[in-house]
Design a protein around this ligand. Structure first.
Ligand SMILES: CC(C)(COP(=O)(O)OP(=O)(O)OC[C@H]1O[C@@H](n2cnc3c(N)ncnc32)[C@H](O)[C@@H]1OP(=O)(O)O)[C@@H](O)C(=O)NCCC(=O)NCCS
Length: 304
């Protein structure tokens, strides 16, 4: 994406942010770097000047009889008429579509249901939140013996990409999803190019790109925090622990370190968006153990 377009999206999301909004500046930056593995969208839409809404649309692949998928952001101040017009724009381009929305953005939910879209079931995401005024409870999540937690250094790019790839290997995620692993799964798509893209986004902060280092010097876990100084909010996206080091409290200790650093940089609140349905429960358990509680639900609506 052009730098000006990214800047406009970041400004749009930042201007109206509340914990119930589906996108935080960190989500926008992370998606722009394609860190989450999503391909470049087939179509993008933008509304308003300055920007008041935007959408990315991915068409189904050639033989696939699936609806298109869309990521849609419209500011909470968008009038019902403009919401309806934006939904019409989407449907004109792709009459069959699935789009995730915050259940708490009732005007948007109403605009979608008025045009026949219905909540489609299946995986959904929860927004978990906590305040950062009192962090004394985080003392319950110390760094496990034998590890240290610190910001990654710029000269550690290969190791930083490596720990992401081990944590997010598709076979490992399938195991956490209780799905069969065949051994034919591809590797993670995360790469040095993607991490460069992440670090080049205007909201990346090296102080919030943390790694847990094992006794042998290898990286055992990582976590990236995205700080929005305007709203004083920090988002975790993503977090991972190498399967060889899991279930020792590393991810909780690392997230606790991000929260402390973010608070020192001016954050007053933190959010994270794990799966809300029971199909992938570990991340939600991780963050709830840090005192984060559900404040919104991001659910798929579909034309069917
Ligand atoms: C989610 C993840 C980061 C947890 O890392 P971790 O270092 O093992 O987590 P912790 O040891 O701090 O444990 C946090 C909680 O998760 C639970 N947990 C961790 N792994 C688990 C597993 N495989 N099954 C069940 N519970 C698990 C722990 O028991 C603990 O909960 P509890 O204290 O209530 O019992 C790790 O599994 C991972 O990298 N997963 C793949 C990437 C991912 O999903 N990241 C999170 C979304 S951004």
């Amino acid at each position: 994406m052009e730098i000006a377009d990214l800047a406009a999206r970041l400004a749009c999301v930042r201007r109206t942010w509340t914990p119930r909004q589906r996108l935080h500046v960190g989500n926008v930056a992370w998606a722009d770097a394609h860190g989450d593995g999503t391909p470049v969208p087939d179509i993008t839409l933008a509304w308003g000047d300055p920007l008041t809404g935007f959408a990315d649309i991915w068409k189904p692949s050639g033989t696939d009889d699936q609806p298109a998928t869309a990521s849609l952001h419209l500011t909470p101040q968008t009038t019902s008429t403009r919401l309806a017009a934006a939904v019409d724009d989407l449907l004109q381009l792709t009459p069959r579509i699935t789009v995730d929305v915050s259940r708490q953005h009732t005007d948007l939910v109403n605009a979608l249901t008025a045009r026949g879209l219905r909540e489609s079931g299946g995986p959904w995401f929860a927004q978990l939140w906590r305040g950062l005024t009192d962090l004394s409870d985080l003392a319950a999540h110390p760094v496990p013996d034998g590890y240290s937690i610190r910001p990654v250094r710029p000269d550690e790019l290969t190791a930083r990409v490596g720990i992401h790839r081990r944590c997010w290997a598709p076979a490992r995620i399938r195991t956490l999803l209780s799905l069969p692993v065949t051994g034919a799964e591809p590797g993670s798509s995360y790469s040095t190019d993607k991490h460069h893209a992440v670090t080049n986004t205007p909201v990346y902060r090296g102080e919030l790109d943390l790694v847990a280092v094992a006794a042998d010097g290898s990286f055992a876990a990582f976590g990236l925090g995205w700080l929005d100084v305007t709203s004083g909010s920090v988002l975790f996206e993503p977090v991972g622990t190498d399967p060889a080091h899991e279930r020792r409290g590393l991810a909780r200790a690392l997230c606790a370190a991000i929260l402390r650093t973010a608070r020192d940089l001016g954050a007053t609140q933190a959010v994270v968006g794990p799966r809300g349905d029971p199909g992938y429960p570990v991340p939600r358990r991780l963050y709830e153990g840090l005192g984060m509680r559900e404040v919104a639900q991001f659910v798929p609506f579909s034309t069917g």
